[in-house]
Design a protein around this ligand. Structure first.
Ligand code: 5AD
Length: 356
């Protein structure tokens, strides 16, 4: 236990830290002294590139139709009790225009994984980019053929979010049906990188069967992969899924994981996730105080928000929403951080306003 400072200091300096040592830190997430030290270090590391800025991205949940079968997710194709929706191009454009009027210059279009999206999304990206040329467009529409990723990139998409969900192939197989594979997920992430996207990976904390050794491995995996963005949130059961009866992920462990990943990826854009905000009342601020530097307010038209039920109780109002941006900015200010609505590109990408 007395070694934890030494391990964390080495981690933040890019020195050698063993998997056993990392797993030990994860095990100590519940020890306030250890967690506080890890979070303090994460804040120091994030300051090197980002100071106290927190980038806001407007999140539009464009469709809840999904062909995926992820055992943890309420949008899985096998869930017949979910009322599905798909927003029209005009509805999506309008949501972004409203966000733009509020000052947002970065939009995330997220939806279930479907086969027939290529043309519609390409047209949408072109329309968005011509209406709001100074805004960044991030897509998050699951696994797609390379040719589709390429078409969307050519249409002007800047970034793509595709969490790897777990860096353990074995655990991946426990969380997904046989038609999905970890190898395929990695191949998609590789392809996104090759096509010049800023890409986002990420994982859940506390999925049933996950061990502290697996969480330790996440740190090493992400350091090697070095994605521009990393989303980390606690698992939250969704009642109509095979994992609906399981326990939710733990907040302290999530904050420890955020801190550890921040320690090894100083330049990454890391959201304080909605799952974290759903699990802890002050989750957004806890995340920011653990090295997160992005918040994604929900700008989906209100009447659809309840139907994007990836997990139970999902927060989509208050400071998690467009309506709450001002209050979010105030809350961030109260802990010494500054809400920022510029594009917020990764510092290695051309034109990034993040200071070198
Ligand atoms: N709990 C927490 N996060 C979840 N996600 C999907 N289902 C759940 C859940 N039950 C996350 C996955 C996915 C992202 C869009 O949401 O990591 O990649």
């Amino acid at each position: 236990m007395t070694q934890y400072r030494d391990i964390l200091d080495r981690l933040a300096r890019g020195r050698e830290v063993s998997q056993e040592e990392l797993a030990e830190l994860v095990t100590l997430s519940g020890e306030p002294r250890v967690l506080d030290y890890a979070r303090g270090l994460a804040r120091e590391v994030r300051q090197e590139w980002y100071g106290h800025k927190v980038y806001l991205r407007g999140l539009v949940e464009i469709s809840s139709h999904c062909s995926g079968g992820c055992y943890y997710c309420g949008l899985r194709a096998e869930n017949r009790s979910l009322e599905r929706y798909s927003l029209s191009e005009e509805q999506i454009m309008e949501a972004c225009r409203e966000g733009y009027a509020l000052g947002l210059r970065s939009f995330v279009l997220q939806g279930g994984q479907m086969m027939d999206l290529e043309e519609r999304i390409a047209n949408l990206v072109v329309a968005l980019k011509s209406a709001m040329p100074d805004a960044a467009v991030t897509l998050s529409l699951g696994e797609q053929p390379s040719s589709t990723y390429e078409a969307w990139r050519k249409a002007g998409a800047d970034r793509y979010l595709l969490r790897h969900e777990t860096a353990s192939a074995e655990h991946y197989a426990q969380l997904h049906p046989a038609r999905m594979s970890f190898a395929e997920r990695l191949a998609c992430l590789e392809e996104l990188h090759r096509l010049g996207y800023q890409r986002g990976a990420g994982f859940m904390v506390g999925t049933p069967g996950q061990t502290n050794e697996m969480l330790a491995h996440e740190v090493e995996f992400l350091k090697d992969l070095s994605p521009e963005m990393v989303g980390i949130g606690p698992f939250i059961p969704q009642k109509d899924t095979p994992l609906g009866g399981m326990a939710r992920g733990d907040v302290a462990t999530t904050l420890m994981m955020l801190s550890l990943v921040r320690a090894v990826l100083p330049k990454a854009l890391m959201p304080a996730t909605t799952a974290l905000a759903t699990t802890a009342g002050n989750g957004t601020l806890l995340g920011v105080l653990s090295g997160a530097n992005v918040v994604m307010p929900n700008i989906t038209p209100r009447q659809y928000r309840g139907s994007y039920a990836i997990y139970d109780g999902k927060k989509s109002s208050g400071t998690e929403s467009a309506e709450g941006i001002e209050r979010l900015a105030e809350e961030l200010h109260s802990i010494g951080y500054e809400a920022t609505m510029t594009r917020g590109d990764h510092p290695d990408f051309p034109g990034s306003e993040v200071k070198q």
